[in-house]
Design a protein. Structure first.
Lengths: 463, 356
């Protein structure tokens, strides 16, 4: 059967072009790879290469013709043993749907952007497991809780290993991996060179290959060197593969401002990672959540970014002594119940919010404090439920205000909680500057308790 | 088998007095062509021809608007994937590559229909139409993609190799990348760790002479890419990537070295892509004559065809193979055109594995 040669598209957005020149004439023998014609657009000239062998039959579009639509039959090609005149006579078929259309951005149709799209089911009613009556409460630091969480999971699952800079022999730059090398050996506690992009890629690849890596960044500031693997390799793979290829990796380390370490070592990346579909982002505050969520993160089939805080590592909290303390991902926690106003916080700001709530109580304002714990997926229900109760909300976040988690909460309240608002939802964040080194300027730049108290009073119309 | 970590700590590559950078190349030089049986020759021929015809058809479908976005064709480079992958141990070794990935999947024997249907963005595609030409995977075949960020697959491949070593399964990872990716920093970060930890990985540089539109001499201070492992004590091999038998022979030498627990190998396969970098590349950075010269004198399929005829195959036999392959490709194209697009309900599936 004769083959139709159609006007090709040089790019997905090309709709038509000029048939500049025929380099072969009717009756010429064509072999694969021959240049048959030159096609021009306003951007480029391209050679139209033969894919099939045969004899060029009738030329249907003369050279020099402009505005030839992509997909138009421009000539016929007779195959071996076919009559050229028969090829010439073959009438062009009707256009096949889809052919020749600009496929770059399909026009909206009935089932286009307007179509109702099913959102994934969200687990509801999930709560932290009850702590049995009489459970002993131990006082442990966040640092120990994180380490214990990792160690328990390493005992439980052979596939779990830790890699990162100074995690093994040095016992961790911040001593979070202290003792792990002794218990698990160098196969499962791996010191890496200073090469974040490389080892984040290796960790991600190992997860694709069936292991359960915990990749420690000495701080998340250095993870910017590796963010490509966190986002492009880890977060997107399950989707891009149609659910075929998993990537159960945990990226962890201290995040946000430490103390007097200057601008390059002081940044909260929570909002960055929380904006990426395909990632789980956890930012715990106390020891119980640090351990319970670390264990959940390691067991999770999805890639997790686990944001710790250097200034909180050494703080002690009560932790239930349970065999298997695992907490649900994606659930906020009410840290303090209140009725007048809600303060939403996560990570180190939870401590500030609790402090603010105590001070406010003295002034007769009963604040509820919510710890988000997971930044993605964000527990909207918990936020809105509290708003419904208090009708006023302040978000406390140790990080920049622009495009922050606080901004996201404001948007959620506007879109889904508007009827419950008695005052504008207010953000209390760091100042919008790189973090300065000078002690006084650093103090000015960071969020603190008085700033939260002031904002709460404002939304309560008590200033 | 993978080396025990204790030995790894005891002797770093830097302490190995027997290290000889050229040992593998010297062995390769002794006998460069793989001694294939007639059956094997025919199988290589069929696989390369399938890739060629598939890619030609993909190019056509792109021209018709049925394939969108980026589409990077493998035409001219067929011998590399076929020569290397034919030497792998099935179901054990893993493979990872960049965005020019159709050929590697076909070389694995993955059904051309589901590959073509992915190219056209259909539900029946191997990634359910969500990946596209650059993002295809088959965990069943231990093919780990299909990665669009130039060079990322090298570090990820290092991780796959780490998993082989960790699990002590005796497998290796084959990580392909181009001459363009060879200038990415993470490639060298991975070289360092792979050599330091003696990871079972073969790094394959498919040097097709152009990083998009930039000739290697314009982008690379060291254009002999197989030498680029030197600083990390990774032995290099230089292979004619237009000859499937040379590639296969080189693969055997490299795989043996890696499987003995002696760490990574860097193999440069010199090859050539006939088409533009992607479909929207008019390829004005090289002459028509250069491409034509390659096609006429170095073509991997024509080269093997000669060998087959010398060994007694007839033109008619080979024509029959071509006819069969054209039929397979036509069926794949029809399947890809006629399969439905993904259901809108698929938009939010597969973002996360679990529910929270």
């Amino acid at each position: 059967m004769a083959i139709e040669l159609k006007m090709p598209a040089l790019s997905p957005t090309m709709e038509e072009g000029t048939l500049a020149k025929w380099l072969k004439q009717e009756g010429d023998e064509i072999v694969a790879g021959d240049i048959i014609a030159e096609i021009e657009t306003d951007k480029a000239t391209m050679e139209f290469e033969a894919v099939d062998e045969g004899t060029l039959g009738k030329i249907l579009v003369a050279e020099g013709t402009e505005n030839v639509a992509v997909g138009t039959v421009i000539a016929m090609l007779a195959g071996e043993g076919e009559d050229v005149s028969e090829a010439a006579a073959a009438a062009p078929k009707d256009d096949v749907p889809g052919e020749g259309k600009d496929v770059g951005r399909p026009e909206s149709s009935g089932e286009g952007s307007e179509a109702e799209v099913a959102r994934p089911a969200k687990k509801t009613g999930v709560k932290d497991p009850e702590i049995p009556h009489g459970t002993n409460m131990a006082t442990v630091t966040v640092r120990e809780a994180l380490r214990d969480g990792m160690a328990e999971e390493m005992r439980r699952d052979e596939r779990v290993f830790v890699m990162g800079e100074e995690v093994a022999q040095y016992q961790g730059a911040y001593k979070v991996t202290q003792g792990l090398l002794d218990e698990f050996g160098p196969k499962r506690v791996i010191d890496t060179p200073i090469t974040e992009y490389g080892f984040a890629g290796i960790g991600t690849g190992a997860a694709m290959g069936g292991l359960r890596p915990i990749v420690e960044f000495m701080t998340f500031n250095f993870a910017m060197q590796a963010i490509d693997h966190i986002i492009n390799s880890a977060a997107k793979t399950n989707y891009m593969s149609g659910g075929q290829m998993r990537c159960p990796v945990v990226f962890r380390g201290p995040n946000a401002a430490a103390s007097r370490v200057g601008a390059q070592h002081s940044q909260n990346f929570g909002p960055w990672y929380a904006s990426v579909p395909g990632l789980i982002v956890i930012a715990p505050y106390d020891a119980s959540d640090a351990k319970g969520l670390m264990k959940a993160a390691i067991r999770c089939e999805d890639p997790v970014v686990f944001l710790e805080n250097e200034l909180v590592y050494g703080r002690s909290f009560e932790l239930p002594e349970l065999d298997d303390h695992v907490l649900p991902i994606g659930k906020a926690r009410i840290m303090r119940e209140g009725s007048d106003v809600t303060i939403v916080a996560y990570s180190i700001a939870v401590g500030l919010a609790l402090e603010a709530a105590e001070q406010l109580a003295e002034e007769g304002i009963d604040a509820e404090v919510i710890d988000l714990r997971t930044l993605r997926p964000l527990d909207k229900e918990a936020v809105l439920e509290s708003l419904k109760k208090t009708n006023r909300m302040v978000i406390a976040e140790e990080g920049w205000p622009t495009c922050s988690i606080a901004s996201e909460i404001v948007a959620i309240c506007m879109e889904e909680g508007f009827d419950h608002l008695d005052a504008p939802v207010t953000r209390v964040c760091d100042e919008d500057v790189p973090l300065p080194y000078a002690a006084n300027l650093e103090k000015l730049a960071l969020i603190d308790t008085p700033k939260i108290v002031k904002a709460v009073k404002k939304v309560c119309y008590r200033d | 088998m993978a080396k025990a970590p204790k030995e790894k700590a005891a002797r770093s590559p830097a302490e190995n007095p027997e290290f000889a950078l050229h040992s593998l190349q010297e062995e390769f030089e002794k006998n460069k062509r793989y001694d294939a049986s007639t059956e094997q020759l025919q199988s290589f021929y069929e696989q390369m021809l399938l890739i060629r015809r598939f890619e030609e058809r993909a190019g056509q479908l792109y021209g018709l608007g049925l394939i969108g976005g980026f589409c990077h064709l493998y035409i001219g480079q067929e011998a590399v994937a076929v020569g290397l992958q034919s030497a792998l141990t099935e179901k054990l070794d893993s493979v990872i590559t960049g965005y020019r990935d159709h050929g590697h999947m076909l070389a694995y024997g993955i059904d051309p229909k589901v590959i073509m249907a992915e190219l056209t963005g259909r539900e029946a595609g191997i990634s359910k139409g969500k990946g596209g030409s650059m993002h295809m995977f088959s965990t069943e075949h231990k093919f780990y993609g299909g990665h669009g960020i130039v060079g990322a697959q090298v570090a990820l491949g290092g991780g796959l190799a780490l998993a082989h070593q960790y699990n002590e399964d005796g497998g290796l990872c084959l990580a392909y990348f181009g001459d363009g990716a060879a200038n990415q920093g993470q490639v060298y970060e991975t070289f360092n760790m792979a050599s330091l930890w003696k990871l079972p990985i073969v790094f394959v540089i498919e040097n097709n002479q152009y990083a998009m539109g930039t000739a290697v001499s314009r982008s690379s201070a060291e254009t002999e890419f197989y030498r680029r492992g030197t600083a990390f004590r990774i032995p290099g091999m230089k292979v004619n990537g237009m000859d499937v038998l040379e590639v296969r022979r080189a693969a055997e030498i490299a795989f043996k070295h890696v499987r003995e627990g002696r760490g990574p190998v860097l193999m440069e396969c010199e090859t050539y892509r006939y088409r533009g970098h992607s479909m929207s590349d008019p390829a004005k950075y090289r002459t028509r004559e250069e491409v034509q010269d390659m096609r006429e004198h170095r073509d991997p399929i024509e080269g093997l065809k000669k060998t087959l005829i010398e060994q007694g195959s007839s033109e008619d036999d080979l024509k029959a193979i071509d006819k069969d392959i054209r039929k397979v490709v036509s069926e794949a194209a029809d399947f890809a055109e006629n399969s439905p697009e993904p259901d809108p309900s698929e938009l939010y599936t597969d973002v996360l594995v679990e529910e929270y």
